[in-house]
Write a protein that binds this ligand. Structure first.
Ligand SMILES: [Zn+2]
Length: 117
């Protein structure tokens, strides 16, 4: 027996019916939409926080700090906007215009990203 994805009551009537009624359909899509928006909002806010941390440290456009320093500031290494690989094969993680690269020595190189790293 099919059940309504919103209220979980058994569906009666036509076999191709998905929801009990328009109210359940509207509520269901409103909930899905809200969850997606909130998920995206969380990621955006993490990205902006990351960018703010990098900017506040990297005020002269090129700096390096221990990785632990960024972690203590609440930097989220899972959140970045892209990856840039230099000709020498070094990966820079982009957070909008800010870029960083984690070295084997546990230090993070920070640069402001302008297409010519
Ligand atoms: Zn329903």
């Amino acid at each position: 027996m099919k059940r309504c994805p919103f209220c979980n009551k058994p569906i009666e009537g036509r076999s191709d019916k998905v929801f009990c009624d328009d109210r359940c359909r509207n509520n269901y899509y409103y909930r899905v939409n809200s969850e997606q928006k909130s998920f995206i909002r969380d990621i955006n806010s993490k990205l902006l926080k990351n960018r703010g941390i990098l900017r506040s440290i990297n005020s002269n456009g090129r700096d390096s700090v221990p990785k632990s320093f960024l972690e203590e500031e609440g930097f989220d290494f899972q959140c970045f906007t892209g990856i840039y690989k230099t000709k020498k094969g070094k990966d820079y993680y982009l957070v909008y215009d800010q870029a960083y690269s984690v070295g084997d020595d546990g230090r993070v190189q920070l640069v402001v990203f302008y297409r010519n790293l």
